[in-house]
Ligand binder design. Structure first.
Ligand code: AGP
Length: 610
């Protein structure tokens, strides 16, 4: 929910840390700040404020921080208002130690009361501030590294922490427990960050910290130990993302860039996963024998990833014949779902850090189910807690609204369904090849939708003033309707609902009048005629209709004036195409309304707390 970046080296820390913080802005952006150790004054200086990185940048222009050691932070408020006092870094009573924190300290009240009784003075309402006072307590008699080790053992919840001290200015210390933290290795310099893109400008040599690990970074060396002080040897990995991939490349917003990348992402997945007409998942880690033992599947995910799961259910059931249930992680984790060692639990997540999805995985493992994660972020917590893994390889997704990660998740689910269908001999080799052929056509078809995006922009601008939207579809595209509505509401703040069109008469029809836009997904499918009847019912009630239809559909053309045509394709795979006009509609409506498209209010890219 927050972003952390730290630097130790020979260069000026401020520009490096600001640059990294800009890349982490998707993680939280209600307040931010930084602390740098000044060699000259032998002191820690802090600048922080309510606002975004650009505001911090303006402040630092007037009052720069000079030094080669520092920690910066982007906040997404959990405990305490987003304001200057609650912004990180936080200092101890004597301004000797500074910390930044991502996560939640669940036992902070208990710790705070104890520390207050001992005479510590708190400035903020945050849970994070207890961390620095706790370290201060142990620091009176121990080294910084030992004090941190003792302190973190008393914390409950989730935390990634960055710490510096003016008494030991040759060290930058990071701690990871259930919140992400990576180390970047440079020459005469080292970095600490919540994720890889934040430090890609400086190094591609990365160490992924594991749970309950402490990293002590010096200019020329690093040391990793566990919470019991045991030294851990870890080799760095070379990351192949380019810095450009994590930047806008000339697009006005990351969201539009990421929407436009979908054909390339899907082509990449198809090339990587299919060789000699066979489907491969080299990182799967679950054997065919294990997959053959599976009797049922549970999909757990949140938000857009949950909608991908709904499409996955249709694909998995129809292709592999295995019964599938889909549930939002936040519900799954508090029920007693009937799962056992014959259940495959598929956890879908772009970030791999979503708290509810991680908790669902822990619960599934307790019941001895096999857990497969479908994830985009290399080395994220989810990938490390699962038995098996399929990376979506969509590249960094920066915009809070998920687009390319969604269609990448869909494609992986289709391929996995076909893989199971082959394994369980539900489909002949020939039928599998026909499916793969159809999938291979999808990226070109997506490109043709993107070529006509200006037409969608015109429609969007026309409807941008409407007060509410209803998205209707049936069968597999019901999930597309839910996803279209989520995209619109999260970035334009217009109330929007997705509904299975067959449910219309059971309530939502009462909403339809000339002030509501109704988006109907009526592509070629076995429910086409049913959708046509729904269309008549909406017309009769004067709803403002936009239809997403298959190319050259004459019937729709005669019925409605506002139609977005998409290339023809099998109904099973149509969500891969339908997603694009829905994303573009939401995008252009939000732009027209002057919304902050990439960083919508109240949201964060990865929801690492409940
Ligand atoms: C998507 O547009 C949303 N911002 C959100 O629903 C997101 O999909 C959800 O929080 C799940 O995130 P994850 O894929 O990183 O687990």
């Amino acid at each position: 929910m927050c972003g952390i970046i730290g630097y130790i080296g020979e260069k000026q820390a401020q520009p490096i840390l600001l640059n990294g913080l800009r890349r982490l802005e998707y993680r939280g952006y209600d307040s931010c700040g930084g602390c740098i150790y000044s060699e000259r004054r032998r002191d820690l200086s802090v600048r922080k404020l309510k606002g975004k990185v650009k505001d911090l940048e303006a402040l630092l222009k007037k009052r720069p921080l000079v030094g080669n050691l520092g920690i910066f932070h982007n906040r997404w408020a959990t405990h305490g208002q987003p304001n200057q006092v609650n912004a990180h870094p936080h200092l101890d009573c004597n301004n000797e130690i500074a910390i930044v924190h991502n996560g939640i300290i669940e036992n902070y009240l208990e710790l705070k009361n104890k520390l207050l009784k001992e005479g510590h003075r708190f400035c903020s309402e945050t849970d994070s501030e207890v961390i620095v006072h706790l370290i201060e307590d142990f620091y009176q008699r121990l080294s910084l590294e030992e004090a941190i080790r003792k302190a973190v053992k008393l914390l409950r919840g989730s935390f990634a922490i960055g710490v510096i001290s003016k008494k030991e200015p040759d060290k930058l210390i990071g701690v990871r427990f259930q919140s992400p933290l990576v180390i970047g290795l440079g020459k005469q310099e080292n970095f600490l960050a919540s994720d890889i893109p934040a430090i890609l400008d400086y190094t591609k040599n990365i160490i992924l910290l594991e749970e309950k690990e402490i990293a002590i970074l010096e200019k020329e060396r690093i040391k990793i130990m566990d919470f019991d002080g045991r030294i851990i040897e870890r080799k760095p990995v070379q990351v192949d993302w380019t810095t450009e991939e994590a930047q806008k490349q000339g697009y006005p917003h990351f969201m539009l860039k990421e929407i436009s990348e979908q054909p390339t992402v899907l082509r990449g997945i198809l090339n990587q996963r299919i060789a000699n007409n066979k489907i491969f998942f080299e990182e799967l880690r679950i054997s065919d024998a294990q997959l053959l033992r599976i009797k049922d599947i549970y999909i757990v995910a949140c938000g857009t990833a949950y909608h991908a799961g709904l499409v996955g259910k249709y694909a998995l059931e129809s292709l592999s014949g295995i019964p599938v249930q889909v549930e939002v992680s936040s519900e799954f984790r508090y029920r007693n779902p009937i799962i056992n060692k014959d259940t495959l639990v598929i956890a879908i997540s772009q970030s791999g850090e979503t708290a509810d999805t991680l908790a669902s995985v822990r619960q599934a493992k307790q019941e001895e189910a096999t857990v497969l994660s479908i994830c985009n972020v290399l080395g994220s917590t989810l990938t490390r807690q699962s038995d098996g893994l399929i990376y979506t390889h969509a590249g960094p997704e920066i915009s809070v609204a998920s687009t390319k990660a969604y269609t990448a998740q869909l494609l992986v689910l289709y391929l996995f369904s076909l893989y199971l269908a082959g394994l369980r001999e539900r489909l002949s080799e020939k039928r599998i090849q026909e499916h793969l052929e159809e999938l291979r056509k999808i990226p070109d078809k997506q490109e043709s939708i993107l070529r006509h995006k200006e037409k969608i922009a015109v429609l969007a601008r026309k409807h941008a003033h409407f007060g509410s939207f209803l998205y209707l579809a049936r069968n597999i595209n019901f999930a597309s309707a839910l996803e279209g509505a989520l995209k619109l509401k999260e970035i334009s703040y217009i109330p929007a609902e997705g509904y299975p069109a067959g449910e219309m008469k059971h309530g939502p029809i009462a909403l339809i009048d000339e002030y509501r836009t109704v988006i109907c997904i009526i592509v070629e499918s076995k429910v086409y005629d049913k959708m046509l009847s729904n269309l008549q019912e909406i017309k009769a009630r004067k709803g403002k209709i936009i239809v997403i239809a298959s190319e050259a559909d004459q019937i729709i053309k005669e019925q409605v004036s506002e139609v977005i045509y998409i290339p023809r394709c099998w109904e099973l795979f149509s969500p891969l195409l339908v997603a694009l006009p829905l994303q573009l509609l939401a995008y252009y409506i939000a732009v027209k309304r002057g919304c902050d498209v990439d960083q919508p209010r109240n949201l964060a890219k990865s929801v690492t707390v409940e």
